[in-house]
Ligand binder design. Structure first.
Ligand SMILES: *Cc1c(COP(=O)(O)O)cnc(C)c1O
Length: 383
């Protein structure tokens, strides 16, 4: 059986976790937490990074930092994980769902402006499969209408957007473009902090101080530890968003090996792409789309089939031949919870990905030979 996903160990996780225990400092914001946060700040130029216990938590912190009032509106793609919408809904916001592009599942920037009202406060692009949304277009809309941008970069570690404004080219790391962003280190992502974990990124200076306070249960404890105040106390709302040092130690072992993890994943992804291209050219399905403005972090390999029936049949065939292939999100605008709250607009591209997209196994310990086997199975299926 080839599983859909398998968590990967670099070999140093247990060593660093033991080191954290030996240091007699297991609660949050210790040496490993600081090391991981500094790594992200240095490698990607993010202004301020705070580890969290999940990507969901990081999104919740983003939503809290946006200081939404009841009735404020947030524009979110319908083709995403529940947490993207839930984080803002919990803050009392009204979620306005946007459609995907036809070329790939990311939010269609061309449809955003029509959704903006005087109550709109935030746009939340989700970089599906680690492939950038059209951030130049989204940031321009946000700046024109004075909106905040929160990137859901849960799948987007080590991926970039190739910006081109007034012929000025620059390559920007995903998660470093919006005012705030969230990454996930869940076991299904490219790197994990031991099953569950996340990262809040603050790019806008205005949110740095408050982010630290929300993270430390509404106290100014972080400032106290840095010696900036001589006692700490309750100064704002907040929660316990910081992970234990055990999780940070686990994550550190993965971050140290990120280059290796990424090159292995990209080799597997490229093998899929080359071997399945002839079938895609026959029109049997389409392959992942990477626009010119995006890079590929090989988070996911997916196919888009012509219909729900075709997808169901392929998944069943692969399962019968020992391969775990899975579908992904269901449209949030037609979910049991949100359908009665949705404004009734049809979101056809989102529905098409919900029905037709299938994800193939992609994880570090998968071998090139296994990818070849999966591609041969798919070729046989179509003969
Ligand atoms: C994984 C994921 C999340 C949630 O992250 P958790 O760490 O599982 O809480 C949110 N949004 C997207 C797009 C994701 O892929």
């Amino acid at each position: 059986m080839i599983n859909f996903n398998q968590p990967h160990l670099t070999g140093k996780e247990a060593h660093y976790m033991y080191e954290a225990v030996s240091a007699c400092k297991l609660s949050g914001n210790g040496a490993f937490t600081k090391r991981c946060q500094a790594w992200f700040e240095q490698r990607y130029g993010f202004r301020k990074c705070l580890l969290t216990t999940s990507g969901t938590d990081a999104l919740e912190m983003c939503a809290m930092l946006c200081e939404l009032k009841p009735g404020d509106e947030v524009i979110i793609p319908s083709y995403t994980f529940v947490s993207t919408a839930l984080a803002f809904l919990r803050e009392g916001a009204k979620v306005v769902f946007a459609d995907s592009m036809s070329r790939n599942p990311n939010i269609d920037a061309d449809t955003i402006e029509a959704l903006i009202t005087p109550r709109t406060k935030v746009i939340v692009p989700v970089h599906y499969a680690g492939v950038a949304c059209d951030m130049d277009a989204i940031m321009a809309i946000a700046s024109k209408h004075n909106l905040l941008v929160v990137e859901d970069a849960a799948q987007a570690i080590d991926s970039y957007y190739k910006s081109q404004i007034n012929n000025q080219k620059s390559q920007m790391p995903l998660g470093g473009i919006g005012h705030l962003s969230a990454f996930s280190f869940h076991e299904t992502k490219n790197v994990t902090s031991g099953g569950e974990g996340g990262l809040l990124v603050v790019n806008d200076e205005r949110f740095v101080r408050r982010a630290e306070i929300l993270w430390e249960k509404g106290t100014n404890r972080a400032e106290f530890f840095r010696g900036e105040v001589n006692k700490y106390g309750w100064v704002d709302i907040g929660s316990s968003f910081l992970p234990s040092e055990v999780n940070a130690a686990f994550l550190w072992a993965q971050l140290e090996n990120l280059n290796d993890i990424q090159s292995k994943r990209k080799a597997l992804w490229e093998t899929y792409y080359q071997l399945l291209k002839p079938l895609a050219e026959k029109g049997l399905f389409s392959l992942p789309d990477i626009p010119n403005y995006a890079t590929n972090n090989a988070h996911m390999f997916y196919l888009v089939l012509p219909s729900l029936e075709a997808r169901t049949d392929l998944i069943a065939y692969l399962k019968n031949h020992g391969v775990g292939a899975v579908f992904h999100y269901l449209s949030l605008h037609s979910s049991a919870y949100y359908a009665p709250r949705h404004d009734g607009r049809a979101l056809p591209n989102c529905d098409r990905y919900a029905d037709c997209l299938v994800r193939l196994p992609l994880f570090y310990d998968l071998t090139i030979e296994q990818v070849q086997t999966i591609c041969e199975l798919i070729s046989t299926y179509y003969h």
